[in-house]
Structure formats: structure tokens, C-alpha cells
Design a protein around this ligand. Structure first.
Ligand code: GLU
Length: 339
């Protein structure tokens, strides 16, 4: 039987670290090293390795992920595995999901425990990712699954996966939906297909994003008694600051502290401003609460409703919309589809 041709593209991250003379972990391993560390891969797939970068994912940029998406578009392969750091995996996987238009499995994986520790998880995660990419159910539903993340024997949708712990081995979850599949023994057990209507609609409108210019988006998390100085700075100095859009990590179903409500409304008149739930994503309210700082007034005043997207993913989507040249109304439609 011919084995699927799987391409491993390595960006960096803990999975690709090695100790320097002081014992500190530094980026150093390339894709060949990662593949060579897992001899069991050869029984599953014809694996080709390519080192794209040796960068911690906390230092990756939108332009690098756009270039990676273009690279994936040009590959002659039956499946693609991206290895990177865990820190921004929930954002890069989502951006790839917005940009990559392939009918083959595209999977992002990483490691929480570095190769110098006892029982590092990188080799097992890479093996699991390749197993998922080779699985007949996954290959048959590749377009419906979209970009996936594989961590600790679970498969997650790029739109829902979150890093939920900074250090634990089980640091990833999809709190809103649960995983798409689980790995058990040598099998992939399907559990669910993601609801992707909003992604499909967004992708259709984002065709031009790849060539567009970077569009920095500010992320303002709203906490108890936030005085709004940062929002005021955005209102007063937006040209000097350079942000082209804003995501507010808002309270509850779409609320802001009353003392910043009028500032937020002024901001929305100047820059596309998305309200997104700081409570880990999840559908927001639209028509329950009255008063100037709640959803009815904020929506009427022109705030864009982020739907169920976590603020980090809303920020990625807004940057991509702006890069594609979409105006405020088109951006609002893209977000609105996310519920
Ligand atoms: N901060 C580094 C990165 O995201 C290491 C963290 C990790 O890979 O888990 O690449």
C-alpha cells in the first residue's frame, strides 16, 4: 500500500529546542531532527521535512504565517504538519484556517515539555499528528475539518482550540465544543465535525488578505473598574499609535464598565472596534440588557459584535479583514456570522 506523503514544516518552539552550555533551552532543532527522533513515522507515511524558521512562537508575526500559508498552498503532499511553539498556536492555527484552501489535512502540533526533560511530549505529538493526517476519516473530511491542532492525543478545531494553562502537559482544550477526535491505541476515533459556516463565509471574503499590508489591531482587556486611559489614548492619538482596529475583551455577554462606555462608542466611530467575550469565547448576548454599557446600546452605537470567538481569535480575524481591505460594514458581517 502506498503511504500518504506528509510534509512536516518546522517553525520552532519548545518542540525544537536544545540546551545551550548554561542549560537554558534555545531554538536549535530543525524539521529533520524532529522527524529523525520518531522512527515510527516511517511505517505510517512518506515524511518530508522542511525547516521554515527557528523562532519561538511568541515572536512569530502575521507576515510569517501568511508566507507559511502560501508555502502550504504550493506543496505537493497528502497532508501537512506544522510544528511550532505552544504560546500562539491557537492564533496561528486559526489564521492558517482563514488562509489555507486545501482539501488535505493541515495540522499544527507542538510540545509542552522540552526535549531535555524526562518524557518530552514532542515526539508523541508529532507521531499523533501524522497518524491523524493519514487517517481515512480525516482525509475524507479534510475540508470540513479545516485546520486542526493535535496535542496530547486529542484533535481540536483551529477555531475553538485554546491554550488553557501555561505549563501543564494537558495545556490545550476546546472549551466551547470539545475535541473533534481522540487517539486511542493506534486509532483515530472521530467525535465531531466543526460547524464552519462562519469560517467558510469569512474565507470567501478574505481572498485578498495574502497580498495586503499589515494592519495592527490593539487588544484591550476590560477588567473591574477599568478607567479607560488606554481607550482614551486610542481615541486621541490613533494616527500616532498606528492601530487600524481594536478588539475589546469585554465582560459577560458583551458589557463594558459604565465609566468607559462613551469612550468605547467614540472609539468605534474612529476605528473598527470588536467586542469579544473575555470569558474564553462563547456566544454573546444581543438584546437582553439595557443601559449605556450593555449589548443593546453598544450594538446600536456601532460596536462590531465578535460572536463566539475568543478575543485572541477575534484579533486575528480583524487583522485579516483589515489586511484584505474590508470596510467596517463588511467586517461587521464577517463577525456577525460567528453568532
Ligand atoms: N515560548 C515558546 C514558544 O511558544 C516556547 C513555548 C512552547 O513552545 O511551549 O515557542
Amino acid at each position: 500500500m502506498t503511504r500518504p506523503r506528509i510534509k512536516v514544516l518546522a517553525l520552532g518552539g519548545t518542540i525544537a529546542t536544545r540546551p545551550d552550555a548554561s542549560g537554558a533551552m534555545q531554538m536549535g532543532l530543525g524539521a529533520d531532527d524532529l522527524v529523525a527522533a520518531v522512527p515510527a513515522l516511517a511505517a505510517l507515511a512518506e515524511v518530508a521535512a522542511e525547516t521554515v524558521s527557528k523562532v519561538g512562537s511568541h515572536s512569530l508575526g502575521f507576515d510569517q504565517i501568511h508566507a507559511l500559508a502560501a508555502r502550504i498552498a504550493a506543496l505537493d503532499a497528502d497532508g501537512v504538519i506544522v510544528t511550532q511553539g505552544t504560546d500562539t498556536l491557537e492564533e496561528t492555527a486559526f489564521l492558517l484556517d482563514l488562509l489555507v484552501d486545501r482539501d488535505i489535512p493541515v495540522i499544527v502540533t507542538a510540545a509542552m515539555r522540552n526535549p531535555a526533560l524526562t518524557s518530552p511530549d514532542g515526539p508523541g505529538n508529532l507521531l499523533a499528528a501524522v497518524r491523524v493526517a493519514c487517517d481515512p476519516w480525516v482525509r475524507a473530511h479534510a475540508a470540513a475539518l479545516g485546520v486542526m491542532a493535535v496535542m496530547l492525543d486529542e484533535v481540536y478545531s483551529a477555531g475553538d482550540v485554546q491554550k488553557t494553562h501555561p505549563t501543564r502537559l494537558d495545556a490545550f482544550a476546546s472549551p466551547q465544543t470539545g475535541p473533534l477526535a481522540a487517539l486511542v491505541e493506534d486509532r483515530v476515533v472521530p467525535l465531531a465535525l466543526p460547524v464552519r459556516d462562519a469560517m467558510t463565509a469569512a474565507r470567501a471574503r478574505l481572498g485578498a488578505a495574502a497580498g495586503g499590508k499589515a494592519a495592527p489591531v490593539a487588544l484591550c482587556w476590560l477588567g473591574l473598574d477599568e478607567p479607560g486611559f488606554m481607550i482614551e489614548a486610542l481615541v486621541d492619538h490613533r494616527d500616532r499609535l498606528g492601530y487600524r482596529g481594536v478588539v475589546l475583551g469585554a465582560m459577560g455577554g458583551g458589557h463594558v464598565p459604565e465609566r468607559v462606555a462613551s469612550l468605547v462608542v467614540r472609539l468605534a466611530a474612529l476605528l473598527p472596534t470588536v467586542v469579544s467575550p473575555r470569558a474564553s469565547g462563547g456566544p454573546m448576548l444581543r438584546q437582553t440588557y439595557g443601559g449605556p454599557s450593555s449589548e443593546i446600546a453598544l450594538r446600536k452605537a456601532g460596536l462590531i459584535w465578535g460572536g463566539r470567538l475568543h478575543p485572541l481569535k477575534a484579533r486575528v480575524l480583524l487583522e485579516t479583514c483589515l489586511r484584505a481591505g474590508l470596510g467596517r460594514d463588511a467586517i461587521a458581517e464577517v463577525f456577525d456570522a460567528f453568532g
